[in-house]
Design a protein. Structure first.
Length: 210
């Protein structure tokens, strides 16, 4: 990625930013951080890195949003159980994003590993496209500005910072995976318990009354 960014400059920033926002496994902290280093070295302009990267990420986030929007609620309710998603989960997410909860969008767009999938969730919950774009733009602009500015500030010390960021990302990834595993185990137990209760209820309803 470093070599590609060095060779293709702004085009690489646009491409990586767009793909990352489309949920591709591309570390945006490396994209914007190293682009900031290139700006410090005089190869790129920091303001253009932030502006072009933000626009590219916003475009990619709209792609993810559209995917979530196409998967309408009836489809999610029908096939969601295969993904351990039920109707109450969708209701809870809609309540969370309604009103004040909508500000979870810019926050999510600023968090590594979470930011790529925030747009899909917004689409699934039916958030208005314009409102989503405004909130996503806020979070993305802040994120791109901070990471690119950090890269610009560290300059020649980028390699050390890059390593530290990678280590932090791996630690966070382990924690996320552990949380997902715990969630899956708990949800499977809940589904098994619900199935047993439903089966027992059906047996009681089918038994002849004394």
């Amino acid at each position: 990625m470093d070599s590609f960014l060095t060779q293709f400059g702004y085009a690489a920033v646009i491409l990586f930013g767009f793909l990352e926002a489309c949920c591709a496994p591309i570390p945006s902290e490396i994209t914007f951080g190293f682009a900031g280093v290139l700006a410090f070295q005089g190869h790129l302009n920091l303001a253009l890195v932030i502006i072009l990267g933000t626009i590219a990420e916003l475009a990619g986030s709209y792609v993810s949003y559209a995917v979530g929007r196409v998967a309408e609620r009836p489809v999610i309710e029908r096939f969601g159980r295969y993904l351990l998603i039920n109707k109450s989960d969708i209701d809870r997410a809609e309540r969370f994003l309604a009103g004040r909860g909508a500000w979870a969008i810019p926050l999510g767009r600023m968090l590594p590993l979470v930011r790529s999938f925030t747009s899909v969730v917004a689409g699934l919950t039916g958030m208005p496209a314009i409102w989503f774009g405004v909130l996503s733009l806020i979070g993305t602009a802040i994120y791109a500005s901070v990471i690119a500015s950090i890269g610009y500030g560290v300059g020649s010390a980028w390699r050390t910072v890059e390593h530290d960021l990678s280590v932090a990302s791996y630690v966070l990834a382990v924690l996320v995976v552990a949380a997902i595993v715990a969630f899956v185990v708990i949800r499977l137990r809940q589904q098994r318990r619900e199935a047993q209760e439903l089966q027992a209820q059906q047996v009681r309803q089918g038994s002849p009354r004394a």
